[in-house]
Design a protein. Structure first.
Length: 104
């Protein structure tokens, strides 16, 4: 099977997309490192895993940023909601580990 040569302009754009994808993954990894620290702190202080008021504020803030940046605000909200759901899942897991740990 022969492949069609990729025009240089397309190859350049694809390299840029690949770099941006890598930056997104690294940024998400760093975000989750921070939220894991938050989850450990919440577990230690017996705080709830979710903070609906903060989540609402964050969604509103990110929707505004998306609009300012020319990104579809509904898409940005769906993406952030997915991230928040994963963070809460991690926090709940950390909380359940803290609940089952023997007292210090």
């Amino acid at each position: 099977m022969t492949s069609t040569p990729v025009p240089p302009e397309l190859a350049d754009l694809r390299r840029s997309i690949d770099n941006l994808d890598a930056a997104l993954v690294h940024t998400l990894a760093e975000r989750f490192r921070c939220t894991q620290a938050v989850g450990r702190l919440k577990a230690r202080l017996a705080l709830p895993a979710a903070d609906p008021a903060r989540e609402e504020r964050q969604i509103a803030r990110l929707r505004a940023l998306a609009t300012e940046s020319g990104l579809d605000a509904d898409f940005a909200e769906k993406f952030l909601t997915l991230v928040i759901e994963e963070v809460i899942r991690h926090h709940e897991h950390l909380s359940s580990q803290a609940d089952s740990a023997p007292p210090a």
